[in-house]
Design a binder for this molecule. Structure first.
Ligand code: M6R
Length: 607
């Protein structure tokens, strides 16, 4: 979603801001802009489209050592140059970039309009620039502080004053900002990926904090003006200059990274001999674990699917009631927070606004919530305090692939812990642990021989409608396969529990319609075959993802994609792989922008 970058130091700001914008492109955006302070004035450029389009307009940029930049993903107001950030006050001497949403936009806009301010854009951000101006009396920090007293909503913002080129002011409430402290230079960004080129020494701003940036460093205060003693942290080595490592797209690279990323999610956590597992970040003793009477996984999109998968495993192996909930629904339905429940906030980015909102709701009602998070130091990780990092490494492609399998793997480790201290014997625990331990090599084995993906792509690329079906553990996989195809290829499709097909979606099946059936050799296979017969009876074309060597399914399938055999609960870690590849190759065949699909953002930091 939107990205903020700001630079102050001895070097030219313009190339550094453009570089920061490029590093945040993966987050998804529709316009970009920047502002520099130079000789008492602001120099500002913004463009609809890619950062490259903006960069081509910057040849006459002045030599300035301070500036702010932004990639915008439209919320308030359409995708236009006027709506792009930075926004300025009426005198065009204060420029501001903003992530988040201002809740009291209408009254503030009305108040400023009544005072003679005429708005140029449809955005909520523009009013912040006017509000800062209204409170400016020579002191830039006080102006921002006073302006924010009137604001309700979420913001991460950076403010540049033409009259004060030696300072940048930033503030955070609900939208992440990190300050990088370099050698005589300071950078601010909403994403550590944009900071890492300058320094690994960072300060994460917390909600309701304001930061005064100079070339010498940062002074963090509360919005009320109290001094904050922020810890300087070192960015994880995962944050490196993102490279495709010879692959055509980040998505393909990330699909092929899964043997390694799953291994990292499991490493040091599974104890095969003891038939047990350990997750230090949870800090839970066996006594704590047996006190857990239910597990509720909160997440959005792919993370929700990972939560569904894990919930099924928790019920099956640990016999603890478990379910997944879509965070955006959960947070607003006045949910019951049982005292004996353990909640997990499942989020790759750790910045998804809906998931963070659900976490607040659980915490507000006294519930225990832990993170299943990829991005170290992210808001979810900090807010939850305890949890599990999935260690999949930075995921750059908007479509989540390796994060899904790492989330599932990490939650299966938890499942083993929970099950072992309840009802699994040593031998049963050992079987679960070694099934998990074998997964990275099985994933590698599949990726070496992915099967006839091209045949599936030919059937799907021009399809009017594609149905993904699965039962049990394969149902969330079907949802995930359909989500990937929508995101990357924009092909109309849906995922459904196979047994539910006859209650509606079967009406969609024309002769030849592709149906992707996920049917590994688990307890559900017999029933799945019955559903396959129903599909075939309508003349639909059956693309089956199944366990290698399953002749029965192979005989039924028009396209048969085998995956290695594994324990039932671990099948999603293998059956999802062909679906990721199908989505990628259909997207490619249709000429889609694979790593930056239209309208989507990598982390959805607004509701
Ligand atoms: O960062 P999160 O895991 O919280 O993100 C949740 C969803 O926005 C995300 O999974 C989204 O569905 C992806 N684009 C899926 O590929």
């Amino acid at each position: 979603m939107c990205g903020i970058i700001a630079y102050i130091g001895p070097n030219p700001a313009l190339p550094r801001i453009v570089d920061g914008l490029r590093r945040m492109e993966y987050r998804g955006y529709d316009s970009a802009g920047l502002a520099l302070a130079h000789e008492g004035k602001l120099w500002l450029r913004k463009e609809v489209g890619r950062v490259a389009d903006l960069a081509s307009q910057l040849r006459d940029g002045p030599e300035s050592n301070v500036g702010i930049g932004h990639t915008r993903w439209a919320t308030h107001g359409g995708v236009t140059q006027v709506n792009a950030h930075p926004h300025t006050d009426v005198t065009e001497t204060i420029a501001l970039v903003h992530n988040g949403i201002i809740d009291n936009t209408n009254p503030l806009r009305a108040m400023l309009t009544s005072q003679g301010v005429s708005f140029r854009s449809e955005t909520d951000t523009e009013l912040l620039a006017h509000l800062v101006r209204k409170h400016y009396d020579g002191d830039p920090v006080q102006a921002v502080r006073d302006a924010l007293k009137h604001v309700r909503g979420t913001y991460g913002l950076a403010v540049l004053f033409a009259a004060h080129p030696d300072v940048l002011v930033a503030a955070r409430n609900g939208s992440p900002l990190v300050v990088g402290i370099g050698q005589g230079e300071t950078v601010l960004a909403s994403d550590p990926q944009a900071v890492v080129a300058h320094t690994r020494r960072v300060v994460y701003l917390q909600d309701r904090e304001l930061a005064v940036l100079t070339a010498e460093g940062v002074d963090v205060q509360t919005l009320d003006g109290d001094t904050v003693d922020s810890a300087i942290e070192t960015l994880d080595s995962d944050y490196a200059l993102a490279s495709k490592e010879g692959f055509d797209h980040f998505m393909l690279k990330e699909i092929h990274e899964q043997p390694r990323s799953i291994k990292r999610a499991l490493r040091g956590r599974i104890q095969v001999n003891e038939g047990n597992a350990k997750l230090g970040g949870l800090n839970m003793t066996p006594r704590d674990l047996v006190a857990v009477q239910r597990v509720i996984n909160l997440g959005c999109g792919t993370s929700y699917h990972a939560g569904m998968t894990a919930a099924m495993a928790i019920e099956a192996l640990a016999r603890v009631p478990a379910r997944a909930e879509i965070a955006s629904e959960f947070r607003y339905r006045h949910p019951i927070i049982p005292r004996d429940a353990l909640f997990f906030a499942v989020s790759q980015s750790g910045e998804t606004a809906d998931t963070l909102g659900a976490v607040s709701e659980v915490q507000l009602k006294g519930g225990a919530v832990m993170g299943i998070v990829n991005v170290v130091g992210s808001t979810a990780a900090r807010t939850c305090g305890r949890g599990v990092y999935v260690h999949s490494g930075p995921e750059i492609a908007v479509a989540s692939t390796k994060a899904f399998t790492s989330q599932v793997a990490a939650m299966l480790v938890f499942t083993l812990m929970l099950a072992r201290c309840r009802n699994l014997s040593l031998e049963q625990g050992q079987a679960v642990a070694s099934a998990l331990d074998d997964i990275p090599s099985k994933v590698a084995q599949y990726l070496r021989e992915p099967g006839p993906i091209d045949q599936a792509v030919q059937l799907i690329r021009d399809a009017r409608y594609v149905l993904f079906l699965g039962r049990g553990y394969s149902y969330p996989v079907a949802l995930e396969g359909a989500l990937k195809l929508k995101e990357i290829a924009y092909v109309p499709c849906e995922g459904y529990p196979a047994g539910e097909m006859k209650h509606g979606p079967i009406a969609m099946l024309d002769p030849g319609a592709p149906v992707v059936f996920i049917s590994p050799d688990d307890g559900q296979k017999e029933k799945a075959i019955a559903n396959m017969m129903e599909v075939k009876a309508r003349g639909a074309t059956l693309i089956c993802v199944h366990t290698k060597g399953d002749d029965e399914i192979e005989a039924l399938a028009d396209v048969s994609i085998p995956v290695p055999d594994t324990a039932d609960f671990a099948t999603p870690l293998l059956t999802v792989l062909p679906l990721q590849l199908i989505a990628y190759h259909v997207g490619l065949a249709l000429g889609r922008d694979i790593d930056k699909p239209r309208n989507l953002a990598k982390s959805v930091t607004v509701e």
